[in-house]
Design a protein around this ligand. Structure first.
Ligand code: AGP
Length: 607
């Protein structure tokens, strides 16, 4: 998704803008640009491709006030003409989000004589602000008035070369925060872009607009009413967003999973029991009245929900449904006010998940829980209960450590729900907690399988399709494996519950179709083995991730990799790790852009 950085300081801010954009690269983008207030007007530099190219192109640019942007194309193809900032006369604008009424604005402004040079919705904001300045010369007020005409979701930053030293920023629906310091004031789409200059962050609310100068920050609502927003000292570690010794963020994040899980589970402490309070002070009362659970999420986050459904129904005995957020938000569903709505999101800003949560609440379902990796995010702020996964910043577009920490959080939810419903004995609780605590060690051992997986990856490089099979709580893990492979290696992959094979997908199986199977030693193993025989009989090449004690022999066309430990209910958390490694190494062999796969964005803040 698009990223914004803006700065007003008593020094040259171009390096800050460029460094900030680099930190936002993980969000996904196809072009980048910046505009500054130079001596004789707006100086703009734009480039298609990486921020490094923008950095080189802007090496001679210097200014104390400016705005910058990484663009993820929505309206108009990726090209320099469509890259931000967009300029109209004295002003320049960068924008994240979608302006739904841009066509009518465009017609109106064209009729007034403004000439559009791009295909973007953003350019209409630039001309609208310029037109408003004719009757309202103060930039803050002009942007306030212009914003009131915009329909859709946006975060914007605006500069005017007739009013140097000033940046106006506003948000309605898309993320934007301020970084405040004695030596200058800044704005960005997320805190990681501003840690280079300050830890003091101010999170703007929807409908806020702010004027930044080097010396001060003034925040009002879009109607001009002044507001105060608290300053948060960001706990984000700058090192957490550095690549260190790793080749890619995805690789770093896969290997950070033991630590991410340990941090996430720290909340349980040394105790042998678990308290509902880990989900918020009200959790005990609220959960006691819950008779069902509805999980809302997108992509990888939905796969953690699909996995948890098996746990919640089996261990806690609570009916659980999982819905893809983009479907649920537009579906006519039957509301249940006693149902707990669980919104799962790494970023906490995913537009569809947020809209689905709001839709669920609008139907009178107010018992809500956010499972999220970003404490200050919109989804967390809008839920009654919360559990913050402590995975640390996830930069790679392919979600890895966010997924396993979500699973850990959902298992804790299962235990709390089971306890509240009187379905968990003290002994069972202690055993599960012991297993959870051992997870980081168990994950570490699985990571040691990397070399074997690397060797397997070589055999996938010339494949165009792959099939992932799993059963029970490992079927969603097969779905996650298929998603990982397709998003970073561009190999078409599909996941099926293994029992479904002979109802259609078996027709696809031949020697060119690798079939990846998750085969833990559980009550479905014998059934799964029969499914694997069906593949073998059709000449399919099988890659099986088994447990140490799964009795599946290696043979011609059947490659087995055994996970060191058999992990019972929590086995999905271990079994997804080799699938993450497999996709990563296949992508390396294929030479794709692992951290920024084509067409994808890290944080999907538009519908
Ligand atoms: C995962 O690898 C994806 N890139 C994507 O499916 C992601 O999980 C999805 O967009 C949801 O994001 P969220 O967790 O931030 O809401």
């Amino acid at each position: 998704m698009c990223g914004i950085v803006a700065a007003a300081a008593g020094k040259n801010i171009v390096p800050v803008l460029v460094e900030g954009l680099k930190k936002l690269e993980y969000r996904g983008y196809d072009s980048a640009g910046l505009a500054v207030i130079a001596g004789n007007g707006i100086e703009r530099v734009r480039s298609v491709g990486r921020v490094a190219e923008l950095e080189a192109a802007s090496a001679d640019t210097q200014a104390a006030t400016g705005i910058a942007h990484t663009r993820w194309a929505t309206h108009g193809v990726p090209c320099e003409r469509n890259a931000h900032p967009h300029v109209s006369g004295s002003i320049a604008v960068v924008h994240n989000g979608i302006i739904e009424n841009y066509e009518s604005l465009r017609n109106e402004l064209t009729a007034q004589g403004y000439v559009f040079t791009s295909d973007t919705d953003t350019e209409s904001i630039a001309h609208l602000v310029q037109a408003t300045l004719k009757t309202e010369p103060d930039l803050l007020k002009a942007v306030q008035i212009a914003c009131q005409r915009l329909v859709g979701a946006f975060a914007i930053a605006v500069i005017d070369h007739n009013q140097p030293g000033k940046v106006i920023v506003a948000r309605e629906g898309s993320p934007l925060l301020l970084g405040v310091s004695d030596s200058g004031n800044y704005a960005a789409s997320d805190a990681s872009a501003l840690l280079q200059v300050t830890r003091n962050m101010v999170y703007l609310e929807n409908g806020d607009i702010a004027e930044l100068t080097a010396a001060k920050v003034r925040i009002t609502r879009l109607d001009g009413t002044p507001v105060q927003r608290p300053v948060h000292v960001s706990q984000l570690s700058a090192a957490a967003v550095e690549l260190g010794n790793y080749q890619h963020y995805m690789q770093k994040e896969i290997f950070e999973q033991p630590e991410a899980l340990a941090n996430t589970l720290e909340i349980v402490g040394g105790s042998k029991t678990i308290q509902p309070g880990i989900f918020g002070a009200e959790a005990g009362n609220l959960l006691a009245d819950v008779d069902a659970i509805l999980i809302l999420a997108c992509g990888t986050s939905s796969h953690s929900g699909f996995t948890a459904r098996y746990w919640l129904e089996r261990i806690a005995g609570v009916p659980c449904n999982v819905e893809i957020a983009s479907e649920y938000r537009y579906r006519t569903s039957v509301p249940n006010p006693r149902q707990l709505i669980v919104a799962i999101s790494q970023s906490g800003e995913t537009a569809d998940t947020l809209a689905a949560l709001r839709h669920a609440k609008s139907l009178g379902q107010t018992k809500t829980l956010a499972i999220c990796n970003v404490p200050e995010s919109a989804i967390v702020r809008e839920c009654a209960l919360r559990f913050i996964t402590r995975a640390g910043p996830e930069i790679g577009v392919a979600s890895t450590k966010a997924f396993t920490t979500q699973l850990a959080a959902l298992f804790l939810l299962t235990l709390v729900a089971a306890k509240v419903k009187g379905r968990l004995s003290e002994e069972q609780e202690a055993t599960y907690i012991h297993q959870l605590r051992h997870l980081p060690v168990a994950v570490n051992k699985v990571l040691e399988l990397e070399d074997e997986i690397k060797a397997w990856a070589q055999r996938f490089a010339d494949k165009h399709h792959a099939l992932f099979l799993g059963r029970g709580r490992h079927y969603p893990i097969a779905m996650e494996g298929a998603l990982k492979l397709k998003e970073i290696s561009y190999i078409h992959a599909e996941a099926y519950p293994a029992g479904e094979l002979k109802h259609g997908p078996l027709a696809l199986v031949d020697a060119d179709m690798p079939v990846i199977s998750i085969a833990p030693n559980d009550q479905l193993l014998d059934k799964l083995k029969s499914n694997l025989k069906e593949v073998q009989a059709r000449g399919g090449e099988l890659y099986v991730f088994a447990d140490a004690d799964s009795e599946i022999p290696e043979s011609d066309g059947v490659h087995i990799l055994r996970l060191p430990e058999h992990y019972g209910e929590l086995s999905p958390i271990l079994h997804v790790i080799p699938l993450q490694l497999l996709s990563y190494h296949v992508a390396l062999v294929k030479g794709t852009d692992v951290d920024k796969p084509r067409n994808l964005a890290k944080s999907v803040t538009v519908e």
